[in-house]
Design a protein around this ligand. Structure first.
Ligand code: DOR
Ligand code: ZN
Length: 357
């Protein structure tokens, strides 16, 4: 198949996005809304989003941060703590506020201090979710400091996810931002009730990139990028057309000063370049005809939602994107992800005033 000059697909959705709050939300929301029709909004704010009223208020703040002319629907999630209340989960789902709930093992990643310390503690909450048909979204890493950081996802599958799926047989689960060959195989085996999201950055680089020529904090995220063999497995999964794999950018903005320091934050801000990078990966894998399934069809099918009717167009010309996005009311900025290898795809928002490369 030769590479076409343009590619038109149904408007995609982002099934894993950190929009933050306050000035960061004001800086970042537009970049996600330019590309995506809907987003599963991560609840790891400070304090975390654990109550229905907090989620409804946060959804309003997100809607207010989206510029006129862009349609974007925030799909809200509940941050599970050891005290998660099954009644609150079910009520929020019934009232159309929660779409899913998020499991952060305590201390696994950014703002996860209030996360879950043992799966026993949330088994009643998971029973309620199972009955209500509410998916569980999982940050799949163990937190045991004795487990090597590069093994934490694979160990999580055996130690936590296998018993979880066994105990809650009707629960739908998304293993988010998968980074290993083991996770690809695990999702394939359990597909139907288990989905896996894949980020643009984990498709673009392996762990060497974090250390190329010196330590590069803007390539640091969690789960951390793994060896090349794992990146190749992720590329095969994403471009396979298999319905269990779908798009989740895990765009996770932090201001540059909080990444370029002695103990830098984890997270890659990829929202302005997400579809361009995915298109580049699919073009390299000669699978552009499967980009729509990954980006626009498989996710809605998993969540039982309609696919978007609107379309977007990607163009085969070199990526034009800002190097940084400014945070309003501060002298701070967020560095935009850019792979080390060329990206030959651009995206144009319909409204010229909202355009980015
Ligand atoms: O790199 C990450 N950043 N991984 C996560 O799981 C959380 C995220 C964030 O919120 O910054
Ligand atoms: Zn995330």
């Amino acid at each position: 198949m030769s590479t076409p000059a343009t590619l038109s697909i149904r408007r995609p959705d982002d099934w894993h996005v950190h929009l933050r709050d306050g000035p960061m939300l004001a800086a970042c929301a537009v970049h996600t809304a330019r590309q995506f029709a809907r987003g599963i909004i991560m609840p790891n704010l400070v304090p975390p989003v654990t109550r229905v009223d907090e989620a409804a208020a946060y959804r309003e703040r997100i809607r207010e941060a989206i510029p006129a002319g862009l349609a974007f629907e925030p799909l809200m999630t509940c941050y599970l703590t050891d005290d998660a209340d099954p009644a609150e989960l079910v009520r929020g789902k019934r009232e159309g506020v929660w779409v899913a709930a998020k499991l952060y093992p305590a201390h696994a990643t950014t703002n996860s201090a209030h996360g879950v310390t043992s799966m026993e503690r949330i088994s009643r909450a998971l029973d309620g979710m199972e009955k209500a048909g509410m998916p569980l979204l999982v940050h799949g890493e163990v937190t045991d400091p004795d487990v090597d950081i590069f093994d934490r996802e694979a160990v999580f599958l055996d130690k936590v996810l296998v018993p979880l799926l066994e105990r809650h047989q009707g629960l739908k689960v998304v293993l988010e931002h998968i980074t290993t060959r083991e996770s690809v195989q695990f999702v394939e085996v359990h597909s139907g009730r288990l989905g896996g999201t894949i980020t643009p950055h984990h498709l673009s680089y392996n762990r060497n990139a974090i250390f190329k020529g010196g330590i590069r904090p803007h390539f640091y995220c969690l789960p951390i990028a793994k060896r090349e063999e794992h990146r190749l497995a992720l590329r095969r999964a994403a471009t396979s057309g298999h319905s269990a794999f779908f798009l989740g950018t895990d765009t996770a903005p932090h201001t540059a000063d909080t990444k370029e320091c002695a103990c830098g934050c984890a997270g890659v801000f990829n929202a302005p370049v997400a579809m361009q990078v995915y298109a580049q990966v699919f073009a390299e894998e000669r699978a552009l005809d499967r980009l729509e399934a990954f980006a626009s069809l498989n996710g809605p099918r998993f969540y039982g939602l309609p696919a978007n009717e609107e379309r977007i167009t990607l163009q085969a010309r070199p990526l034009e994107a800002p190097e940084r996005v400014e945070v309003p009311g501060s002298n701070k900025s967020i560095v935009v992800f850019r792979p080390d290898t060329p990206v030959g795809w651009s995206f144009r928002a319909k409204d010229p005033s909202l355009r980015s490369g």
